[in-house]
Design a protein around this ligand. Structure first.
Ligand code: FES
Length: 130
């Protein structure tokens, strides 16, 4: 009698794309990467790398050209007082000013989230994992 074995779990090999040398992407810098039909914007925020879909869903402005700043929040956590938050982590669309949290891809004030991608550093190179 044979016992059926569960199928071996297949692991998909992730594609690696070298974005830049870490020296070429210092804090505050960004670069746009074209991969197939996708455009991805990669940012260095205080030494950490983040990658987002590179086009604004509103009218497709290139998000790699947006500035990084903070934003004003006002919610129950701030007792409904306005407060400056996420300094340096808010990407402002160069088109019409929509704001996105660069670490999560979430739009500020809208129920919308940009696709995010994993970024790693290997041997001094910034690598995008797809
Ligand atoms: S294109 Fe980004 S807000 Fe309009």
């Amino acid at each position: 009698m044979t016992t059926a074995q569960p199928p071996a779990r297949q692991t998909r090999q992730r594609r690696k794309i070298t974005v830049a040398a870490t020296d070429d992407l210092p804090p505050g810098a960004r670069v746009e990467v074209q991969t197939g039909r996708a455009v991805i914007a990669v940012f260095n925020v205080d030494g950490e790398y983040y990658a987002l879909f590179g086009r604004c869903p509103h009218q497709s402005a290139p998000l790699s050209r947006g500035r990084l700043q903070g934003t004003v929040i006002c919610n129950a956590e701030t007792c409904w007082e306005t407060e400056w938050a996420f300094d340096g982590e808010i990407l402002v669309c160069p088109g019409h000013g929509m704001e996105y949290h660069v670490k999560s891809g979430e739009a500020i004030g809208y129920d919308l989230k940009l696709r995010t991608y994993e970024v790693v550093v290997e041997e001094g190179q910034v690598i995008l994992l797809l």
